[in-house]
Write a new protein. Structure first.
Length: 519
């Protein structure tokens, strides 16, 4: 009897000792006391109609160590197979852990964290896993649990929860980049416009029909006014009423967003759309629209106008307060440069239809083309006479100077553009050749009319704006071909068909002129 009592007592003591040391050996408590961290509730458990911008909420028994919260320790996966994790951000506030799913910037929800009509599983990881969620004392969550919820279908009018109920979105004007009214904004690679908005937006309402970027006016290309206040950039500007801006700043702000009112600037008859990517970037703390020009930079010496229309809506289908802002870009001096497009043979080249150098002495093993952006649109008093070279005493051709007026080439009869009957002896300032140059703001050849380039010298037509050769309009120039006797017999014509150029006959290569142009 006595021995049995001793054995029982020993067993009880051993059991008590084992119970005391088990938490320390198992790692659930650094202090060796308490039950560890406990999950009290997952607020969205069993919800079958969660909005796509639902902020998931887990409530714990005590403060959670933020360093232990990650996609590994709290696993949120799409579908029943645990295959796809959900994009988003974990945030810890004391004993509460939130998951903010990535919000869609695309209408099809392809970039959204939560997708419509989808089942999700959430699994907070607990003891005995080493990567379990822990409290501030290092105790792990006492056990692993699994929860599920389901999102609304994409046709549900309440697919999103309105971030600011009852109030429509508006632009945070002081935070826009550039600022409304900025002058001579730098033209550099990576240019973009950033417009912060007061709340999250329905991505299906943000595109290039509701976010507009247009050029309304071109500054005077011959004026390089120094940057003076209120121009913080210090760049030169072609939008100047006095030509110098020597302290005169009244012309450095637009009379209205669509015109700067500067002397010498040119308002476009039809605003020119600047092709751009419209990006909606938003999360639970901020929303912004970014406009990135497809060309990679802003057009130079331009008045650019941004408009956000009332068709933009927030998650509650409330309309945007319409917004308009404008700014000008810097006037750059003429520049030479090279733009290289890599090609590994994936694009076929037809040399007979190309004006480029294809594997020539100037372009060995290359396809090399040239684009020339030049001209001030001012051809002088006589639109039929060239303006360059224009070097007094060095040329055999009478040339004319600018008269301060831009010229639109739009003849109402057949026209001859004569490069001269004697060889020109001086080079022009455009490309360094002996070609003579006409400069126009726009060029139009109407149906039924023929424009011929004649004479013995090459010609260059510089056009700042639109070039339109209508159906039935013809532009003819004699070319020089390596396959003829050098007299330009292979001259060709270019006529308009459906508003686009159509080659009727193969002409010479690279030279407009070289004989009595056209046949």
């Amino acid at each position: 009897m006595f021995k049995s009592r001793i054995a029982c007592t020993t067993a009880i003591l051993a059991l008590a000792f084992f119970a005391a040391v088990t938490p320390a050996c198992g790692g659930n408590s650094a202090a060796g006391a308490g039950r560890g961290l406990i999950l009290l509730a997952f607020v969205q458990e069993a919800v079958d109609n969660a909005e796509l911008n639902t902020r998931l909420e887990l409530r714990f028994s005590e403060a959670v160590n933020p360093q232990t919260v990650s996609d590994e320790s709290i696993q949120l996966r799409e579908g029943p197979d645990f295959g796809k994790t959900v994009k988003g951000t974990w945030r810890v506030e004391g004993a509460t852990v939130y998951f903010e799913p990535q919000l869609a910037g695309n209408c099809d929800h392809s970039d959204s964290g939560l997708k419509p009509d989808t089942q999700y599983r959430l699994q907070p990881i607990g003891w005995p896993e080493e990567f379990a969620v822990q409290n501030m004392a290092g105790q792990r969550l006492n056990t692993t649990q699994t929860f599920e919820f389901h999102t609304r279908v994409d046709t549900d009018p309440n697919l999103y929860r309105d971030q600011v109920p009852g109030v429509g979105p508006f632009v945070k004007v002081p935070e826009t980049t550039p600022q409304n009214g900025d002058i001579a904004v730098s033209v550099v690679a990576g240019n973009k416009i950033v417009i912060p908005v007061s709340e999250n937006l329905n991505p299906c309402t943000v595109d290039d029909t509701t976010v507009l970027l247009n050029m309304y006016e071109i500054g005077n290309p011959g004026v390089f006014a120094p940057g003076v206040p209120p121009n913080p950039s210090g760049n030169t500007s072609g939008f100047s009423s006095d030509g110098t801006n020597g302290g005169v700043t009244t012309d450095q702000a637009p009379a209205d967003p669509f015109t700067w009112g500067a002397t010498g600037s040119t308002a476009l008859t039809t605003p020119q759309k600047i092709l751009s990517s419209i990006n909606l970037i938003q999360d639970f703390t901020q929303t912004r629209i970014e406009i990135v020009p497809d060309a990679g930079l802003f057009p130079e010496n331009a008045l650019l106008v941004v408009q956000l229309t009332f068709e933009i809506e927030d998650y509650g289908n409330l309309a945007m307060n319409p917004f308009t802002m404008s700014f000008t870009t810097q006037n750059l001096v003429a520049q030479n440069g090279t733009y290289v497009v890599e090609n590994a043979g994936e694009t076929p080249w037809d040399q007979s239809l190309s004006t480029a150098d294809i594997n020539t002495g100037r372009a060995p093993s290359l396809v090399q083309g040239f684009m020339l952006f030049a001209g001030d649109g001012d051809n002088g008093a006589d639109v039929l006479s060239p303006t360059l070279p224009g070097q007094p005493g060095a040329c055999n051709i009478d040339l004319q100077v600018n008269d301060g007026q831009k010229d639109d080439f739009d003849p109402s009869s057949d026209v001859l553009l004569d490069t001269g009957s004697t060889r020109n002896l001086c080079t022009n300032s455009t490309d360094g050749s002996t070609a003579v140059i006409w400069e126009f703001a726009t060029l139009r050849i109407r149906n039924g009319f023929v424009v011929r380039v004649v004479g013995v010298n090459p010609a260059i037509l510089l056009v700042q704006g639109d070039v339109l050769i209508e159906n039935g309009g013809v532009l003819r120039a004699r070319g020089i071909s390596s396959q003829d006797n050098g007299q330009g017999q292979n001259g060709g014509s270019r006529s308009g068909q459906n508003g686009r150029g159509l080659t009727d006959r193969l002409g010479g290569v690279g030279v407009a002129g070289g004989g009595n142009g056209g046949l």
